[in-house]
Design a protein around this ligand. Structure first.
Ligand code: SF4
Length: 115
């Protein structure tokens, strides 16, 4: 599998292969790329960012840690059910989503001038 390491701006082109029971990574400029390549091969994860509606608010959210890529659609579906209320920056909207250890937290708020 070929992938680009996104851990730092260098963007090393990684080649990840399973040889026997071992996952081998090449093309990395540092050891963080090895960890990233193995993670991408075994179970790719991403920080999820989105927007939810509060009470006269437009709120940006993000997950506190990366979640499995395969779960992102479920995370976005969950966000559609978020209560429409007054939020504060830093407030946790959902805790430990899908038992992943990730919380969904409010990162910024804008007033919704449409309402
Ligand atoms: S392998 Fe290391 S140097 Fe290369 S992009 Fe990843 S973190 Fe940066």
């Amino acid at each position: 599998m070929k992938t680009t390491c996104i851990v730092c701006p260098v963007g090393c082109q990684l080649d990840v292969k399973k040889i026997g029971d071992e996952i081998k990574v090449s093309g990395n400029g540092c050891m963080r790329g090895v960890a990233y390549g193995k993670s991408e091969f075994e179970c790719p994860k991403r920080i999820v960012t989105a927007i939810i509606k509060g009470d006269n608010q437009i709120c940006s959210i993000k997950t506190t840690i990366p979640v499995e890529k395969a779960k992102i659609t479920e995370v976005l579906s969950l966000l559609k059910l978020a209560p429409v209320k007054k939020y504060e920056i830093g407030e946790i909207v959902y805790k430990n989503i899908f038992e992943s250890g990730a919380d969904i937290v409010i990162t910024s708020i804008q007033n919704d001038s449409v309402n």
